[in-house]
Design a protein around this ligand. Structure first.
Ligand SMILES: [Zn+2]
Length: 477
C-alpha cells in the first residue's frame, strides 16, 4: 500500500487539535453501542489508512469537520448550549461558560463575541475562530441567524471565524452523530428500515472517504449536496437513529480502504460506472427494482427544444447566424449514459435557389465533400455538409449544467431530431449522477416481495466492495 495514496487525508488528520481521549468523544451520543463503535472505528482506521505514523504517534479522532454553508452570509449569530458549554477564543482560552446566549458578530475580517449581559468577550482575527464546546456528551448547541429566525441545533463543537469577509462556521461532530444528521435529509425517514441501514453505511463510508477533501477551507465535508446534506439534530428521527445504531461502525472497503460510496436518488434502471468499468462502484443493472425486469424502464422525462433555443444555449464561440443542424451522441459509457455529443453547425441557409443556378454556399468540392473545421482544429471529410460547417464536441455533463441539473435530470438519455426545422427531443431516465446506491431502487428492494436486508442491498450496488464489520459482536459472532 503506497503511503502517498491518501496524502490529503494524512494532512487533514495531522493538523487536528490534540485532545485527551476523554475529550475526543465528549460529544458522542450515549446511544447504546455508539461509543464502543467509535472506538472501534478509530482502531480499524488506524489499520486501514496508511497514515500509521500520524495516527499512532499523534492523534486520530473519528470526528468529521462539517462546513455549515447556511450561515456563511450571516453577519451575526446567537449561540446557546443546553445544558451548558465553554466558549474558547482563538488561543483556546475559556472566555465564558454556561448556556449563553453568546452573540458573535462579524466585523470586517474579525469576529467579536459578547456574553448574555452584552459584555464584550474579545475578538478573533481572520484565520482564528471562536469555539463553543462541551464535555457533556448530551449537550446540544444551537445557532440562530438573528431575531425571530429559526434555531438550528448541532452536536459536537462549533467553530466560528471569518474568512474572505464571510463567516466560516464548522461543526466538528462524531462520525455516528454526523450520520444521524445525514440519513433523513438524504433518504427520508419514511424509507424502509433496511434501505435506511444501507444508506447509513453508504453515508458513513462516504464521510470517511472525504476526510481532508476541503482541507484549504478547514473542513472535510460541506453540509450540502457538494458532499451530502447534513442538518444536525433537527434531521434526527427514531427510524434513522435505529438504522445508524444497527449498522454502527460498518463501512465499505476495497483493498482495506473506504470506497467513494456515492449514492443517487434515481439511477433510471442502471447505475453509472466509475472512471473505469471495474472501479467501485461499478455499473449495476437494477431495472427490476424500477419495476421493469424485462428491460430498461420507459423514459421518465422528456425535454423539447426548438433548434434556435438549443442553439442559444450551446452557441458560445460559434459565429453569429450559424444554425444548429444536428445533435448526435458520439460516446457513451457502459451504462449507456452519454459522455459526448457532436453538434453540427451550418451557415445560414439561403432562400431556395432559382432553377439551374446553384448558390455559392451549395458549391461542393471535386469529391462532393466539404472540409469541416473541428473543435480541436483538425479537419475531416464529412459529406454532404455545406462549406463552413462547424462540428463541435460537448460533454453531456456540460449540456446538463447549461440547461440546469434539476431540469436536465441525468445523462442517461437519447436525442432525436425528426426534421431540419423540428425540435430536438431529449428523452431520459433517472435523476442525478447515477453512481452507487440508487435510493429508489434500494427502497424497492427492501420491500416485499424481495425484502432484501441492507447487506444484500449494499452487495447489489457496491459489487466488489467488502462490508467491514468492526467488532465481533457486529459480525454476529
Ligand atoms: Zn436504480
Amino acid at each position: 500500500m503506497s503511503s502517498d495514496m491518501c496524502s490529503s487525508k494524512l494532512q487533514a488528520l495531522c493538523h487536528r487539535h490534540v485532545a485527551c481521549p476523554s475529550e475526543r468523544f465528549a460529544a458522542v451520543s450515549c446511544a447504546n453501542g455508539t461509543l464502543s463503535s467509535l472506538l472501534c472505528i478509530c482502531l480499524i482506521l488506524a489499520l486501514l489508512l496508511p497514515a500509521r505514523t500520524c495516527i499512532s504517534g499523534e492523534e486520530f479522532t473519528a470526528r468529521m469537520r462539517v462546513g455549515l454553508s447556511r450561515f456563511a452570509s450571516a453577519s451575526e449569530l446567537t449561540l446557546r448550549a443546553e445544558p451548558g458549554a465553554r466558549l474558547l477564543d482563538a488561543q483556546g482560552r475559556e472566555r465564558a461558560a454556561g448556556s449563553g446566549p453568546f452573540v458573535l458578530s462579524r466585523e470586517g475580517r474579525s469576529v467579536s463575541a459578547r456574553d448574555a449581559q452584552g459584555h464584550v468577550l474579545g475578538s478573533v482575527p481572520e484565520g482564528g475562530f471562536w469555539r463553543l464546546q462541551s464535555d457533556e456528551a448530551a449537550t446540544v448547541l444551537s445557532l440562530t441567524l438573528g431575531h425571530g429566525a429559526a434555531v438550528h441545533h448541532y452536536r459536537g463543537g462549533l467553530e466560528i471565524g471569518a474568512s474572505g469577509g464571510r463567516l466560516r462556521v464548522i461543526d466538528e461532530v462524531g462520525l455516528e452523530d454526523y450520520v444521524r444528521g445525514v440519513i433523513g435529509p438524504e433518504m427520508g425517514s419514511r424509507a424502509p428500515l433496511e434501505a435506511l441501514k444501507a444508506q447509513a453505511v453508504a453515508s458513513r463510508t462516504f464521510a470517511l472517504n472525504s476526510l481532508g477533501h476541503w482541507t484549504t477551507d478547514g473542513y472535510d465535508l460541506r453540509d450540502s449536496t457538494d458532499s451530502q446534506v447534513y442538518s444536525g439534530v433537527e434531521a434526527e428521527r427514531p427510524e434513522c437513529d435505529r438504522a445508524v445504531r444497527e449498522t454502527a461502525g460498518l463501512i465499505l472497503t476495497v483493498a482495506g480502504r473506504p470506497i467513494s460510496a456515492f449514492f443517487c436518488a434515481d439511477c433510471g434502471g442502471v447505475t453509472a460506472p466509475g472512471s473505469t468499468p471495474d472501479e467501485c462502484p461499478r455499473s449495476v443493472n437494477d431495472a427490476d427494482a424500477h419495476g421493469s425486469a424485462a428491460g430498461p424502464p420507459p423514459p421518465a422525462w422528456t425535454l423539447t427544444f426548438p433548434p434556435h433555443k438549443l442553439a442559444t444555449l450551446l452557441g458560445h464561440g460559434v459565429p453569429v447566424g450559424m444554425e444548429l443542424m444536428d445533435v448526435a451522441v458520439t460516446e457513451t459509457d457502459v451504462s449507456g449514459r452519454v459522455r459526448k455529443l457532436r453538434l453540427t453547425w451550418i451557415p445560414p441557409r439561403p432562400p431556395l435557389p432559382s432553377k439551374g443556378k446553384p448558390s455559392a454556399t451549395e458549391k461542393r468540392g471535386a469529391s462532393g465533400s466539404v472540409d469541416v473545421a473541428l473543435a480541436q482544429g483538425e479537419t475531416k471529410k464529412e459529406p454532404p455538409l455545406p462549406p463552413g460547417t462547424i462540428l463541435r464536441d460537448v460533454t453531456a455533463v456540460s449540456l446538463r449544467t447549461l440547461v440546469g441539473a434539476d431540469t436536465f435530470r441525468s445523462t442517461l438519455f437519447t436525442v432525436s431530431h425528426a426534421s431540419a426545422d423540428g425540435p430536438f427531443i431529449f428523452e431520459g431516465r433517472g435523476w442525478g449522477h447515477g453512481r452507487g446506491l440508487c435510493q429508489i431502487g434500494a427502497m424497492a428492494l427492501a420491500l416485499p416481495p424481495r425484502s432484501f436486508d441492507f447487506r444484500a442491498i449494499l452487495s447489489r450496488y457496491y459489487a466488489g466492495a467488502k462490508l467491514t464489520p468492526l467488532t465481533s459482536s457486529q459480525e454476529g459472532e
